[in-house]
Structures are given as structure tokens and as C-alpha cells.
Design a protein around this ligand. Structure first.
Ligand SMILES: [Zn+2]
Ligand SMILES: [Zn+2]
Length: 280
């Protein structure tokens, strides 16, 4: 079994309107790409901030600017396709009850929980324009805060899959890197992963970013294996060409860690399936 669950039907750029991308033709392009890559389970997980319902959770400027689409229309659209229905939902500290209410009111197959923004401010670890690295914080402090937020995201119990678990490394050497042993930062997150049972996403998106590595890195992933975590496999594609992107690297990575099964989701119920081989 190969899955691609963390997937977007459009790029994050401006002008990528719902009407243009949420069409049967566009879904067909993704399904064709998945078939060529031998991916049996394909799901879509649009960013929560694209929906106006997300403004109940947070009023970040990026969310206000982008929160135009209707979440129920999205769910209805996806349900009429062969795609699994997911969503990529930011963990917003303090908005747990409102997040739960929004998610429970819809029949998602899975919810991908993610951390992009950290601290009290509006800054993100991966977003130009709201760049946490432009502030005064040092790398050790930013990494510490990032993984604490990941731990809280896992512990919230709101999500099925923990997205790109070490996204803070996205810029690689283009941003300051911490001095401390990285295990120091990983530990609270891995503990929360073990306690919550959330599935850890192995994402090939990092291979398309300056860091040029899978999320999570080998050391983090090995700690998750040690802690008994289960894994989910995704590309975080924003284009049909990115479906199953570099899955050979991901399956080798999981093999080398001794992970032989990946998570499959339906109606927020998780089961494990043997990890397949990449066809393409
Ligand atoms: Zn993300
Ligand atoms: Zn994503």
C-alpha cells in the first residue's frame, strides 16, 4: 500500500481560486498521477485558512486575506470524487474547542494537524512575509518553541496525522541553525507523539525545499520508531506532478528504519497496511 493523503489541489500562490482548481478535470489529473505512481489511497487536505469557517479559530492576517472558500462546499465536492476527504488544520492554541467543533461537524476521513506559526506573534517558520527568522529570537529559542508547539499539537487530540514534524528546518543553512544537540528539541515532541498515538507524517515535500531532506529527519524518525509511533506517507503535493514525489526515497527511508506498515484512514478510523513499493 502507498498513500498520498497530505495533498493540495492548487498552489499556495495568489489568484488560485477555488473555482479554477476544484473541478472534476483537475481531480482527474491527480488521480492519473497517483495511478502512474502506484498510489492506491489518494486524499486531499486543503489548508484550513482557505475557508471562511477558519476565521472562527484565528484572525491572522494571512487567514483573513485567504479565508474565502466554503468548507462545506469543499467537503461536498470531494465526497463526489474518489478522493479521501481530509483537511490540513493548523493547531491554534486556545482554540481547541472551536477547532474540535469545526472538525466534528464534517465527515472527514482524516485530519492533518500542522504547526507553521509559533509563539504569541503572527510569525511562521516557513512563510516569507511572516518570517519568524526576521525577529530577534535565536535559533535555539525558535527550535525549542517550534517543537513545544508540535508537542501541544499532538497532545491536543484534535488530529490524526502530524504534518511535516520538523518543518522548522525548512530553510536549511539559509537561516540560523541551533547549537544544541537536536535530540534536546525533539524529545518533548516525541514524548507527546508516543502519549497521543498520533501518526507521524513522512513527507517528501522537504526534498523540494532548501533543506533537501525528508520530513522528519532520520534521527527524529528513529526516536519516533523507538517510541512506538505509527507513520503516514504523503508528498504535500500542490500540483499533479508532485503526487508521490520522490516516493522511492521515502520507502527506502522507512525500510531502513524497520517500518513495514503505514497508516490508512477512513472516517477517522485508522488501520495499518503493509508499506508498498514505489512503481514509478
Ligand atoms: Zn503545512
Ligand atoms: Zn500542506
Amino acid at each position: 500500500m502507498l498513500t498520498d493523503y497530505h495533498l493540495h489541489l492548487r498552489p499556495d500562490d495568489e489568484g488560485t481560486t477555488y473555482e479554477r482548481y476544484f473541478t472534476a478535470e483537475n481531480v482527474e489529473r491527480y488521480l492519473d498521477a497517483a495511478a502512474r505512481a502506484g498510489i492506491e489511497e489518494l486524499g486531499v487536505s486543503e489548508h484550513v485558512y482557505r475557508f471562511r469557517q477558519a476565521l472562527d479559530l484565528w484572525s491572522h492576517p494571512l487567514w483573513i486575506e485567504n479565508g474565502c472558500d466554503d468548507l462545506d462546499a469543499y467537503c461536498q465536492f470531494v465526497r463526489a470524487t474518489p478522493l479521501r476527504l481530509g483537511i490540513e488544520c493548523d493547531y491554534v492554541p486556545g482554540a481547541e474547542e472551536r477547532t474540535a467543533a469545526m472538525l466534528e461537524a464534517r465527515d472527514f476521513d482524516y485530519v492533518v494537524g500542522s504547526v507553521h506559526f509559533i509563539g504569541e506573534g503572527d510569525a511562521a517558520v516557513d512563510h516569507a512575509g511572516f518570517d519568524v527568522w526576521e525577529g530577534a529570537g535565536d535559533a535555539d529559542e525558535i527550535w525549542r518553541r517550534y517543537f513545544e508547539a508540535v508537542a501541544a499539537c499532538a497532545r491536543s487530540g484534535l488530529f490524526d496525522i502530524l504534518a511535516h514534524p520538523d518543518l522548522v528546518k525548512v530553510w536549511g543553512r539559509a537561516r540560523p541553525l541551533p547549537d544544541r544537540d537536536r535530540r534536546f528539541f525533539y524529545e518533548p515532541a516525541v514524548e507527546a507523539i508516543a502519549e497521543s498515538g498520533i501518526a507521524v507524517e513522512v513527507s517528501t515535500a522537504g526534498l523540494r525545499k532548501p533543506i533537501g531532506e525528508l520530513y522528519p529527519g532520520r534521527e527524529f524518525a528513529a526516536m519516533c520508531v523507538e517510541a512506538g509511533a505509527a507513520f503516514a506517507l504523503s508528498s504535500d503535493a500542490h500540483l499533479p506532478e508532485q503526487v508521490g514525489f520522490e516516493y522511492g526515497r521515502a520507502t527506502e527511508f522507512l525500510d531502513a528504519l524497520g517500518v513495514g506498515e503505514i497508516c490508512v484512514f477512513e472516517q477517522r478510523q485508522r488501520s495499518l497496511a503493509p508499506l508498498g513499493n514505489r512503481v514509478r
